[in-house]
Design a protein around this ligand. Structure first.
Ligand code: NAD
Ligand code: IPM
Ligand code: MN
Length: 360
């Protein structure tokens, strides 16, 4: 049976990095007989320009039918001033929510070759391998009411709402515990339970779920401390489970430990491991069109797709190994460049990974 993959290149550097990831996917397809078939559509600003909405109904339907989705990134200055309900980012939130992709895995892994590219001292980050499990379809991103209004005194006011239901917390906590179980059996739940009601329920429910995982050591940490600990002593963490907004922020922070946001892949999974795969970074308007963006986060997202949705561990391992080979060769895009390395562009980096994969 063929595997249908919907490709959504998106905006900004999205099409540039996705083109490289697709080359790697096609090489893996040949080499491992994966039987993948690709189709393309628009999400985000490109979709707004083409269909008048950031996620067209037909695109959503195609996404539902697909076995997996590969996304570049969405957004950009061109669409920053349009009706907020039609912004590119809304398309991304809608596809995540409509497909029930509540479990977002964001691994921050330092390739040893990149120790010098990290903004932290090599001894602090050497051997770093953290997994952030971010809740992706709830919390303040989706809570209602949400409103912009004018108060009686004429002052403008806006607010968002941060709701979490027990079932939403339980299912993401289980993802965290399941991941911890197959890793170092350590789970840190990050919240703001000293202030927020939603975090207090979060902590209670995580404790309840913990009863089914006596083999996993659970700890809790406030998000402000977690942000500090991530740069003080990041290797104390193995799996972190946290809510939608905290996970968004902490994963960008963690990315710098690995050298660059251009190194961080992600998987967004539903209850049956159907998923959308995308780099954690955005559309990087400041470097779009220059051919210098790092495609590795997107290439590594393809590896996650093969591992989590298609159970093709050998092919997934091979892609990660090919990335390692290319880093051994000293090839670096600007964001991960350091003294003595060879600076390459997006396409050269993609081609090098394809060649390394072919020669494994
Ligand atoms: P960003 O992640 O796009 O860029 C932040 C910085 O990191 C920039 O300096 C950029 O050049 C750099 N960077 C990001 N990816 C890189 C890569 N692959 N290689 C080299 N450098 C890279 O974040 P931003 O500037 O805050 O947001 C820009 C746009 O992207 C906004 O419209 C935002 O809403 C959107 N965004 C989308 C997603 C997504 O689609 N998943 C994620 C984050 C931001
Ligand atoms: C991400 C992005 C998105 C998020 C935005 C673009 C909606 O920052 O995927 O990390 O906040 O989830
Ligand atoms: Mn983000």
């Amino acid at each position: 049976m063929s595997k249908q993959i919907l490709i959504l290149p998106g905006d900004g550097i999205g099409p540039e990095i996705v083109a490289e990831a697709v080359k790697v996917l096609e090489q893996a397809n040949q080499q491992f007989g994966l039987g993948v078939e690709l189709s393309y559509d628009e999400l985000g600003g490109g979709a707004y320009d083409k269909y008048g909405v950031p996620l067209a109904d037909e695109t959503l339907e195609r996404a539902r039918q697909a076995d997996a989705i590969l996304l570049g990134a969405v957004g950009g200055p061109k669409w920053d001033t349009i009706d907020p309900a039609l912004r590119p980012e809304r398309g991304l939130l809608k596809i995540r929510s409509q497909l029930g992709l509540f479990g977002n895995l964001r691994p921050a892994l330092l390739y040893p070759q990149l120790a010098a590219a990290s903004s932290l001292k090599p001894e602090i980050v050497a051997g770093l391998d953290i997994l952030i499990v971010r809740e992706l379809t709830g919390g303040i991103y989706f809570g209602s009411p949400r409103e912009n209004r004018v108060l009686e005194n004429g002052e403008r006011q806006a607010y968002d709402t941060l709701p979490y239901s027990e079932s939403e917390i339980r299912r993401i906590a289980k993802v965290g515990f399941d991941m911890a179980r197959v890793r170092s059996k350590k789970l840190c739940s990050v919240d703001k339970a000293n202030v927020l009601a939603s975090s207090q329920l979060w902590r209670t429910v995580v404790e309840e779920v913990a009863k089914d995982y006596p083999d996993v050591e659970l700890s809790h940490m406030y998000v402000d401390n977690a942000a500090m600990q991530l740069v003080r002593a990041p290797k104390q963490f193995d799996v972190i489970v946290t809510d939608n907004m905290f996970g968004d922020i902490l994963s960008d922070e963690a990315s710098m430990l690995t050298g660059s946001i251009g190194m961080l892949p992600s998987a967004s999974l539903d209850a049956r491991n159907k998923g959308m795969y995308e780099p954690c970074h955005g559309s990087a308007p400041d470097i779009a069109g220059k051919g210098i963006a790092n495609p590795l986060a997107t290439i590594l997202s393809v590896s996650m797709m093969l591992r989590y949705t298609f159970n093709q561990g050998a092919a997934a391992d091979a892609i990660e190994q090919a990335v390692s080979v290319v880093l051994d060769q000293g090839l670096r895009t600007g964001d991960i460049w350091s003294e003595g390395c060879q600076k390459v562009g997006t396409r050269e980096m993609g081609d090098a990974v394809v060649a390394a994969l072919r020669n494994l």
